[in-house]
Design a protein around this ligand. Structure first.
Ligand code: PFF
Length: 448
């Protein structure tokens, strides 16, 4: 798919639905599924958190995702200009376009920690190839990860490599290559995760792992956990900042958006659940702490690889697949900004390397300061993305005309359309607002 130019109706061919699916799945499936979902599930106590996350995907994420694709397709340009154009069409203030601009900034801010974590995955490709952790026991594997966190040089090296590769792919303006790579590598990653779940079932404490993930003990659910579950629903589906909107511009005119979005969301969710099911049995079998934080993937899986025969080969392959999944997501983090700058006269390579350069500098800050890393993560995931999603839901549900929306989504079944529109107008916005208020401790005050 050529992202170097604004898609026009002529560039949208029969093949572009598949292009959209690959690009959007590539964006959605990434570190959020394999690295982040398991570790936040561990931190926030397991089952009840997972249930709230699933409810947020279903009631908020999917309706907003359909809206984003619809807006992208209707606008046929970069997110900021698409919103401005559609706002004008609906006689609404053109300031709605600012939403696209804030989204671009959110994308850069996410890139500032995403690229650091992708760098950790690259470090583990290198460690697996050289067999660096092949003879270590669980405790030594834990301190191996801590020593990576303590080494800013090694983190800087891999963060720089990852930033450079992302920028080169985006600068080339063609995601066709990476789209094709996703086509092959995603099923491979999927198969691999299944294998790891199988390994954990045999060698780990599978029942403890499953109990932890699926027993819903609501007494352990804090209001912060609810906010994090909602934020993660946005993060994992790449929503609230225009990434999916940018790709929606490629969605062909006549196909229905609904089933495509459902497929992508289902795939994304299954991959996250499999990642959790691969890791938690190993956590319990090795007396590790489920809430140990961002190191979870980098500790549990190396323990498995160091114990299996051919483990270093599998380890190299696995971390390489994770790095590529991260790459197809990071592209979509800077693409909306690049598309916008390009449309306003700045050459693609210059805009790409400027934006990637800013994100790279921010990444150096998050390498040196855990606080900056956390602020970037929490601010974007838990506040900016849901806020973006709230505004997108209001825009598509309340500002755009009903008939235009129905026409653009291609959902022809009246009842299904009505359910989606209800979710978009009421459930998603009220859900997001309620969760915000709840986490601020204001819900009790509002209900009084
Ligand atoms: N969805 C990606 C993941 O789960 O790793 C992260 C991401 C990509 C978030 C693009 C937001 C975005 F716009």
């Amino acid at each position: 798919m050529a992202t170097g130019s604004t898609p026009t109706s002529t560039s949208v061919t029969w093949g572009s639905r598949w292009t959209f699916i690959l690009a959007a799945t590539g964006s959605a499936v990434g570190l959020g599924n394999i690295w982040k979902f398991p570790y936040i599930t561990g931190e926030y106590g397991g089952g009840a958190f997972v249930l709230v996350y699933l409810a947020c995907i279903l009631a908020i994420g999917i309706p907003v995702m359909i809206a984003e694709v619809m807006i992208g397709r209707a606008g046929r340009t970069d997110p900021a200009d698409a919103m401005t154009k559609l706002a004008r069409e609906s006689n609404a203030p053109r300031q709605w376009g600012l939403l696209g601009a804030v989204g671009m900034i959110a994308g850069l801010m996410i890139m500032m920690f995403y690229s650091v974590v992708a760098g950790w995955a690259l470090e583990y490709v290198s460690q697996s190839v050289t067999g660096a952790y092949s003879h270590l026991d669980a405790t030594a594997i834990e301190s191996n990860f801590s020593s990576l966190l303590a080494s800013s040089d090694r983190q800087l090296l891999w963060h720089s490599v990852f930033s450079l590769v992302t920028a080169s792919v985006v600068a080339a303006g063609v995601t066709g290559g990476i789209g094709k790579a996703v086509d092959i590598l995603m099923p491979l990653l999927f198969g691999f995760l299944l294998l790891l779940v199988g390994y954990s079932a045999v060698n780990g404490d599978f029942s403890a792992g499953l109990h932890f993930m699926f027993d819903t003990d609501f007494s352990r659910l804090t209001s912060e956990a609810v906010l994090v579950a909602m934020g993660h629903a946005f993060f994992t589906l790449s929503l609230g900042m225009g990434a999916i909107m940018a790709y929606g511009a490629y969605f062909p005119g006549h196909s229905s958006i609904g089933t495509t979005v459902l497929t992508i969301a289902a795939l994304d969710t299954i991959i996250a659940l499999l990642a959790g099911m691969a890791m938690f049995p190993l956590v319990f079998a090795n007396d590790l702490v489920p809430g140990q934080g961002p190191g979870l993937m980098f500790v549990t899986l190396p323990i498995a690889f160091s114990n299996m025969s051919g483990g270093m080969f599998f380890g190299s392959l696995f971390f390489a697949l994770v790095s590529i999944a991260a790459l197809s997501s990071s592209i979509s983090l800077i693409e909306p900004g690049v598309a916008w700058l390009e449309k306003h006269g700045i050459k693609r390579p210059i805009s790409t390397f400027s934006l990637a350069g800013i994100a790279w500098l921010g990444g150096i800050a998050s390498i040196h300061s855990g606080t900056i890393f956390n602020i970037l993560d929490k601010l974007t995931t838990n506040i900016m993305l849901p806020l973006g999603g709230l505004l997108i839901a209001i825009f598509a549900g309340w500002i755009m005309q009903r008939d235009r929306v129905q026409d653009e989504t291609g959902i022809s079944h009246p009842r299904i359309f009505a359910v989606w529109r209800f979710a978009l107008r009421y459930i998603a916005p009220l859900g997001i607002i309620a969760i915000f208020l709840h986490s601020l401790g204001l819900m009790g005050w509002v209900m009084r």
